[in-house]
Design a protein around this ligand. Structure first.
Ligand code: NAP
Ligand code: ZN
Length: 347
């Protein structure tokens, strides 16, 4: 029998999120049922709930930073047992057979991965995410949360953690490399922690100096305000890598001018409108202008293990469900330190 569980859903692009009940499928042979303890609030949840990336399929329960414990396992599940501490990120399934899936890039499944929410599952039903009390996920898309990371601090790793870890690894952040992180929000604060743990010299480029103390505590060595034009003069040509986590438009030519020869600016922020830049900004200096989308399942587990080894969790502000709409406004006002996490017991 499918079970009905408490959740919070967006019902239109303009209404606040409201209490909702969501049906979870029966536990199949390869399925893991998870009692969700905490769900992070990612800016992508807001983009989706408000149909900023195209029309959402309402009602939709968002949330793709899920941490909890295993409540039940199917008869063929081998990797998990009841009581295990686990997480789920942005995907809950993929074909498993195409060249991208077999290379560990399930996020680029040629048949399209099944998103944790606002997607359609293999059973033909709409998928609903983490702002709910439980979820049923095929075992290949369930991650193990290592001991040493509390579940609330682990939840945001499932999106903000992997989305920043993957490009930092790919572009070689490490000793001797100068890495700038643009935007000190949910993704940005994880980028700072992870890049510092990898051994890079980290600079935060924030709109103001309001969060400077935090940035330095999180692992940055330098902190500059992008509202101050002298920042762009002082830092010209200085970075090997810039990770842009900003959810809005930037003056990309100005940021590209901060790259050293052969430097790369990797974008993970996803503003809704097209951007523009001068081709000279990349051609001069052999610069790269790149993007990065979450990470595959194996890499997500690698990130969780890396974070446990380096004692990295997210800095969270835990809220009850009734504060979700207020939290959304605070995220939009860049007033988050540094991830809101919903205590799902309050749903
Ligand atoms: P967030 O917590 O809101 O952080 C974004 C930060 O960007 C803010 O804290 C702020 O930092 C800065 N910012 C906001 N508006 C700005 C503006 N108008 N100009 C300059 N800077 C601004 O959001 P998040 O959850 O980290 O997500 C960031 C973006 O990444 C979103 O677009 C999200 O959808 C996207 N995302 C992408 C992936 C992927 O796979 N590529 C995965 C997850 C999320 P300061 O106050 O320090 O300036
Ligand atoms: Zn996310």
């Amino acid at each position: 029998m499918p079970t009905t569980v408490k959740a919070y859903a967006a019902t239109s692009a303009t209404e606040p999120l409201t209490p909702f009940e969501v049906e979870r499928r029966d536990v199949g042979p390869k399925d893991v049922k998870i009692d969700i303890a905490f769900a992070g609030i990612c800016h992508s949840d807001i983009h989706t709930a408000r149909s900023e990336w195209g029309p959402a399929a309402y009602p939709v329960v968002v949330g793709h930073e899920i941490a909890g414990t295993v409540a039940e396992v199917g008869s063929e599940v081998t990797k998990f047992a009841v009581g295990d501490r686990v997480g789920v990120g942005c995907m809950v399934d993929s074909c498993g057979e195409c060249k991208n899936c077999t290379a560990g890039n399930e996020q680029f499944c040629l048949e399209g991965n099944v998103g944790t929410y606002n997607s359609v599952g293999k059973d033909g039903q709409p998928t609903h995410g983490g702002y709910s009390q439980s979820i049923v996920v095929t075992e290949g898309f369930v991650l193990r949360i290592p001991e040493g990371i509390e579940l609330d601090e682990a939840a945001p790793l499932l999106c903000a953690g992997i989305t920043t870890y993957s490009p930092l690894r790919h572009w070689g952040a490490g000793p001797g490399k100068k890495v700038a992180v643009v935007g000190l929000g949910g993704l940005g604060h994880m980028a700072v922690k992870i890049a510092a743990a990898m051994g890079a010299e980290v600079t935060v480029l924030s709109q103001s100096l309001k969060k400077q103390e935090d940035g330095l505590r999180l692992g940055a060595t330098h902190y500059y305000a992008t509202s101050d034009d002298s920042t762009f003069e002082d830092l010209k040509g200085s970075f090997d890598l810039i990770v842009n986590t900003v959810s809005a438009q930037l003056d990309f030519d100005k940021f590209l001018s901060l790259l050293d020869v052969n430097g790369a600016m990797v974008n993970v922020g996803l503003p809704e409108d097209p951007i523009s830049l001068q081709m000279f900004s990349v051609v001069m200096g052999n610069r790269s202008f790149a993007g990065s989308n979450i990470g595959g399942i194996a890499e997500t587990q690698e990130m969780l293990d890396f974070c446990a080894e380096h004692h990295i969790g997210s800095d969270v502000e835990t809220i009850p469900a009734e504060k979700i709409n207020e939290a959304y406004e605070r995220v939009l006002a860049s007033d988050v330190r540094y991830r809101f996490v919903i205590d799902t017991a309050t749903l």
